[in-house]
Write a protein that binds this ligand. Structure first.
Ligand code: UDP
Length: 236
């Protein structure tokens, strides 16, 4: 028995860095692919939104004189590079998958629409959704909320390098304590850096629960799917 039937998995681009300063750590990528296949084999339908921070973030460009919209478009292209990398890693281990993009760029990926995504999920394909929302001034967190709601996922699983949400950044403050669960309203009120406010608000308005957990430990995705409480749940 699995706790969730259909999930939206959000992977940050930054976590693909692994032990590198830039780009994609193939070891990390393969480790993610393996965990994803493991839960796909359990019959779970998996939609994935992947970030691009390991390659380029729009805001970082703005600081160096880039036009914000062009910078964000570069960031969205970065998410597509990561989507293709993950797709290749899944291909290599025999996991059926499909890349859909929010910006038209066939043949790199098919143009996203809700029904195509759901059809692929029902066929047992892992659906990787690149280019975020397709619009500047958003992040892939908002992209994940949007796609999670559109594909009617049971939950958004936010795979990070920390094992949940803390009262403060546990990497900086040793006195920080972890929440077992927390409401969206409290996340916003306490200004906890789980996701940006627009992404959190969107999940709140549409009742999409978020589960934050450490995806960098092999086997953790499977544990979450099996209902083990290893992270933090955000709910209404
Ligand atoms: N981006 C955007 N619109 C979106 C999603 C992403 O413009 O809907 C751009 C934005 O510049 C962002 C970059 O793509 O900084 C990479 O995404 P993000 O920062 O969310 O990646 P992550 O932090 O998850 O690695």
């Amino acid at each position: 028995m699995t706790k969730f039937k259909r999930i939206l998995l959000k992977l940050s681009g930054e976590s693909l860095l692994g032990e590198q300063g830039y780009g994609i750590d193939v070891k990390r990528l393969n480790q993610y692919a393996k965990q994803i296949k493991e839960v796909a084999d359990m019959g779970v339908q998996i939609g994935i939104v992947i970030g691009g921070g390991n390659i380029f973030r729009g805001l970082a460009g703005t600081g160096k004189g880039f036009d914000r919209v062009k910078g964000d478009q570069m960031g969205m292209c970065a998410t597509v590079i990561n989507a293709l990398g993950l797709s290749s890693a899944l291909d290599a281990i025999g996991q059926k998958n499909r890349v859909l993009t929010a910006i038209r760029m066939e043949p790199v990926g098919e143009f996203f629409n809700k029904w195509k995504a759901i059809e692929a999920l029902n066929n047992g394909e892992v659906v990787i959704m690149g280019a975020g929302t397709g619009s500047p001034y958003f992040t892939t967190d908002t992209g994940s909320s949007l796609r999670g709601i559109e594909i009617e996922a049971d939950v958004m699983l936010k795979g990070t390098r920390v094992d949940g949400i803390y009262t403060a950044d546990p990497e900086k403050d040793p006195t920080a304590t972890k929440f077992h669960d927390i409401t969206y309203a409290e996340v916003i009120a306490r200004d906890l850096k789980v996701m940006d406010i627009s992404a959190t608000a969107m999940c709140m308005q549409n009742n999409l629960p978020i589960y934050v957990f450490n995806m960098d430990i092999e086997g953790n995705l499977k544990k979450v799917i099996a209902g083990e409480e290893i992270g933090t749940l955000v709910h209404n």
